[in-house]
Design a protein around this ligand. Structure first.
Ligand code: ADP
Ligand code: ADP
Ligand code: ZN
Length: 214
């Protein structure tokens, strides 16, 4: 079974920001459960409707919904050489289910203190076309309102990127997701990266881990 990589960390840690580089380095496709849920919500599917209330409240969507989504996604041809999981797994139950269906070779945990998370999330915006991730202060587009990556001029902000919801998401992270770090550490798969430094420095440290893992 080809091996997969997990990007782990609190909301706003920089998982989406770093994912593009890892995709370029490894050729593995990015699977972001958050992006998949938002696409389902936008398309008005039954899955989207089921997930909506949880996402708006900053709570985790139930494990069986997420696991079903991942099982289906992993049957697609581009997943056969392993994938990059971004924002999954987020509970021990999800990690246990994943261990039955995929081989994880490394879990990259991007560590950022809680005190930084609200400012990161509340300043986040993304390109409406290519989903490149920006920040009002820490990583703005070179020309205001124009995507550096693709030139598109419509930027998006997420409805759940507000202070109140961020605090719920952070609390869900600490109670339900953070225990996974030691779960993966016990299996010798965890690598911690300091996410509280420049985006390029974080990227360099992650690249070193990935190249070692290839
Ligand atoms: P996640 O996918 O983990 O939720 P994102 O990659 O979307 O996180 O990053 C959250 C916000 O923080 C974005 O606005 C992004 O531009 C910004 N950001 C990401 N990494 C850094 C960093 N190392 N320093 C400062 N801001 C960052
Ligand atoms: P962030 O990393 O900024 O918190 P995501 O885009 O990964 O945001 O997730 C947005 C929301 O989607 C989460 O708050 C949660 O409601 C839901 N979600 C995403 N991935 C999962 C998952 N693996 N398990 C449960 N809920 C999830
Ligand atoms: Zn773009």
């Amino acid at each position: 079974m080809a091996s997969s990589i997990v990007l782990f960390g609190p909301p706003g840690a920089g998982k989406g920001t770093q994912a593009g580089n890892i995709v370029r380095l490894t050729g593995k496709p990015q699977i972001s459960t958050g992006d998949m849920l938002r696409a389902a919500l936008a398309a008005g599917t039954a899955l989207g409707l089921e997930a909506k209330g949880y996402m708006e409240a900053g709570q985790l969507v139930p494990d069986e919904v997420i696991i079903g989504l991942i099982e289906e996604r992993l049957t697609e041809p581009d997943a056969s050489d392993g994938v990059l999981f971004d924002g999954f797994p987020r509970t021990i139950a999800q990690a246990e289910a994943l261990s039955e269906i995929a081989d994880v070779s490394v879990v990259i945990a991007i560590e950022v203190p809680d005190s930084r998370i609200v400012e990161r999330i509340c300043g986040r915006y993304t390109c409406g076309n290519c989903s490149a991730v920006y920040h009002d202060s820490f990583n703005p587009t070179a020309v205001e309102g124009v995507c550096d990556n693709c030139g598109h001029t419509e930027m998006k902000r997420r409805a759940d990127d507000n202070e109140e919801t961020v605090l719920s998401r952070l609390s869900a992270y600490h109670t339900q997701t953070a225990p996974l770090a030691s779960w993966y550490d016990e299996r010798n798969l965890l690598v911690n990266i300091n996410g509280d430094q420049d985006i390029d420095l974080v990227g360099g440290e992650i690249a070193a881990v990935i190249v070692f893992d290839l």
